[in-house]
Design a protein around this ligand. Structure first.
Ligand code: SF4
Length: 526
């Protein structure tokens, strides 16, 4: 193997996995590191990506590939830039190394999922796999042995804008926001030995300035659009403006992935149904053309979305079915298409205060009906929503929480997963107080129970169908864990939730509300 590289790029360990080609298993990295023994977790659930030449990543996170491509397009020499797996990074760092670039989704475990399930405010005390592995990597003294600068970027970089944790971890520079425009000149300055700010803010990158990836990505992820434009108040500012990429750029990146990546292509957008949308209105023709063009490519076995919006589903009710037909889902091999989506609340009042844009083209008052209708369309079209809820949004009342509980009752028969999250102050709401387990009242626990029961109801069936193509040892391990959760842990978790609910009700200081609804829900779920 050659000497050390000038620029060594990597990502924390949980990002450097294909998750056995089950993209949504990536959620587990936000869980507490004692959930599954780390030895088994990092072999069976989150195995490392394949490598060559002693640690060069054959596939890497999409964002890191974008930075690699931007550096090469800017003029950096291919022989100076390498993308490696974190476990083997020491082999590539040496006297020549000037910069170590690290990408992370959630470096301090402060994202909504980690905050809910782990950490000081979470349901389980303890560090998440992601935060643990990031800390372990970034504090490795070997990385500093020859004076290289540590630069951190990625979707979770905002957590390191605070100087205290940044300096404590010995990070030299943080790049917050979109990186393509700012990272190459920043790296050039660092290599020349010039002073650079500790925090560099990336600007909005236009589609023609987005470099095309040169090498395959984790889970064959390809970005089709960036930004959103629906303007939810708690969302990151970088998602303010929707930009759809030209079809030919997307197809070129799919081609790159077909070299070494998985053959099921995952399309990334905040709402796949708004590819080339005219404002809020879905551009059906563009979405269909996108999916058809990819499915026609030699070697592609399927296409799926990272995210989709329920209001887009309801506004174009037959589109999902058409996309399912294009991909050929509904068979044992391809039972359904899954995607992440946001319900966030069942309360029109909360939607109206914080997320007016999310419900468009509908009105906030129509939101519960829109959600139910969209879930029905998903069921009929063989799509499975993995939906988030947010507890503790500023101004939330007991009545708002109850409305969400009621909405869950309406959608309980639709195959899906519901993930409750705590509110994390971000975007326009960044100066508000965050929400934690100590803030949960009995109605929040009631909502937690509704989510738990919903997921337990669907978990085994979904797991069996989702993991059927996984290598047998990983499948056997994950199914064993799922069966343990459903058969053994379920009773215990329900008991704990009821205890918490009772404790919270004893210490309540707020108004009593429609108890009939809650009692009805309890009797349904017992
Ligand atoms: S719909 Fe999603 S991505 Fe768009 S602004 Fe709202 S939370 Fe952000």
């Amino acid at each position: 193997m050659r000497d050390s590289y000038k620029i060594v790029l990597t990502a924390e360990r949980c990002l450097m996995s294909n998750y056995n080609n089950a993209l949504f298993l990536g959620f587990t990295a936000c869980g507490p590191k004692n959930l599954i023994n780390p030895f088994l977790y990092f072999r069976l659930v989150c195995p490392p990506v394949p490598t060559y030449n002693g640690g060069i990543a054959k596939v890497a996170p999409y964002g890191l590939r974008k930075i690699e491509a931007a550096l090469l397009d800017y003029g950096f020499d291919e022989n100076d830039v390498v993308v490696v797996v974190p476990d083997k990074i020491r082999k590539f760092v040496g006297p020549n190394t000037k910069i170590i670039g690290i990408s992370s989704n959630d470096p301090l475990g402060k994202g909504p999922a980690s905050t809910t399930f782990t950490g000081p405010l979470g349901l389980v005390r303890g560090e998440s796999y992601i935060a643990w592995k990031f800390r372990e990597l970034v504090t490795d003294p070997y990385l500093r042995k020859w004076g290289a600068k540590i630069v951190v970027g990625g979707p979770g970089a905002w957590q390191l804008e605070d100087p205290e944790p940044r300096r404590e971890l010995g990070i030299d520079v943080v790049v917050s926001g979109e990186g393509e425009n700012v990272v190459p000149p920043l790296f050039e300055k660092i290599i020349r030995g010039e002073d650079v700010p500790e925090v560099v803010y990336g600007d909005v990158v236009e589609v023609d300035k987005m470099s095309l990836i040169r090498n395959p990505t984790v889970c064959s992820l390809v970005e089709v659009a960036r930004g959103c434009g629906r303007g939810c108040k708690f969302c990151l500012p970088t998602l303010r403006r929707l930009r759809s990429r030209p079809l030919e750029h997307i197809l070129k990146e799919v081609e790159v992935n077909l070299r070494d990546g998985p053959r099921w292509i995952n399309l990334h957008a905040e709402d796949i149904l708004r590819y080339k949308a005219h404002g809020i209105k879905v551009n059906r023709q563009a979405v269909v053309e996108l999916w058809e063009s990819i499915m026609k490519m030699d070697g592609v076995i399927g296409v799926g979305p990272s995210h989709f919006a329920l209001s887009s589903v309801a506004s174009e009710p037959t589109l999902l079915e058409e996309l399912s037909t294009i991909v050929g889902v509904g068979t044992k091999d391809k039972p359904w298409i899954a995607g992440q989506t946001g319900i966030e609340s069942g309360s029109p009042r909360i939607m109206s205060i914080h997320m007016r844009g999310k419900v468009l083209p509908f009105k906030p008052d129509e939101w519960p009906d829109v959600v139910e209708q969209a879930f029905g369309i998903c069921k009929d079209s063989n799509w499975v929503p993995c939906a988030t809820l947010i507890m503790g949004l500023p101004g939330e009342t007991e009545d708002d929480v109850i409305k969400t509980v009621e909405l869950l009752d309406r959608i309980k028969d639709y195959k899906s997963l519901i993930v409750p999250l705590f509110f994390v102050p971000l975007g326009v709401l960044k100066n508000e107080r965050g929400f934690g387990v100590q803030d949960m009242n009995e109605y929040h626990w009631e909502l937690m129970l509704a989510c738990w029961d919903h997921d337990i109801r669907w978990l085994v069936e979904l797991a069996r169908e989702y993991f059927h193509r996984m290598r047998w040892i990983a499948r056997a391990f994950i199914m064993r864990f799922v069966n343990f959760v459903v058969k053994k842990a379920n009773k215990r978790v329900r008991k704990i939730i009821y205890e918490r609910m009772e404790e919270a009700s004893k210490s309540k200081t707020y108004l009593k509300i429609e108890e009939g609804v809650l009692n009805g829900w309890k009797s349904i779920n017992r």
